[in-house]
Design a protein around this ligand. Structure first.
Ligand SMILES: [Zn+2]
Ligand SMILES: [Zn+2]
Length: 219
């Protein structure tokens, strides 16, 4: 095995993370809603998802969005550290292999063309590209587009996010009978994923699994 250094603490290791650092990564609560990952005592569907079922079927996230995962994702997005798409993607693959749920196609969360031009790449596309082959699932990169250039969701109160993202997406493919894996880097409220999932349903998708690197949750 090739000797390298832990990307977090720098000690020599033969993987991306050393053993202590991997054990320290922020985990999802043990009991969580299978649809949105919100912590609940019994791992049943949470009240919010029961009251107003999202358009997606389930969410699978590798980790909780907290230090140092938030810093890694920011380095991927804002410093174009694209090696992190494969490093974080590998953690996601590990989790996906355990769940053994195999969608038909992968659709990366699209960026608006203006944001894509600013950033130079779409992190969701980079993650999708990396996980496609080991999962044996094709990516449909240009099937959906973001037609509304919204202010960054990060600056908005949670309740305004659903409104902000409304009618933001357009899809041009037939997904009749398909189970779609919707890939993104972070799920915060799930408003953006839900909005795209609704459009995918309108195009015939019958099942939608969110595959995200990290889920933001209250402490
Ligand atoms: Zn380490
Ligand atoms: Zn839920």
């Amino acid at each position: 095995m090739t000797q390298t250094n832990c990307i977090l603490c720098g000690i020599p290791t033969n993987q991306d993370f050393c053993e202590p650092c991997i054990l320290d990564l922020p985990q999802l609560p043990y009991n969580h809603c299978p649809v949105c990952l919100w912590p609940v005592p019994t791992s049943e569907i949470c009240g919010a998802c029961l009251n107003k079922p999202p358009a997606f079927t389930r969410t699978i996230a590798t980790l909780r969005y907290a230090f140092p995962v938030d810093a890694l994702i920011r380095a991927l997005k804002y410093q174009a550290n694209l090696s992190l798409a494969s490093i974080l993607g590998n953690l996601l693959i590990k989790k996906l292999k355990i769940t053994n749920i195999i969608p038909d196609v992968i659709i990366p969360m699209p960026l608006h063309p203006i944001r894509l031009r600013e950033r130079g790449f779409n992190q969701a596309m980079e993650i999708s590209r990396h996980i496609s082959k080991p999962m044996g699932i094709v990516v449909l990169p240009d099937s959906c587009t973001r037609i509304k250039h919204t202010p960054s969701q990060a600056g908005l109160p949670w309740k305004d996010r659903q409104k902000n993202i409304r009618n933001a997406f357009k899809c041009k493919i037939d997904l009749s009978g398909k189970h779609v894996a919707l890939v993104d880097d972070v799920m915060t409220t799930g408003a953006t994923l839900n909005e795209l999932a609704q459009v995918l349903r309108q195009h015939g998708a019958i099942e939608i699994s969110n595959w995200v690197i990290a889920r933001a949750l209250p402490e």
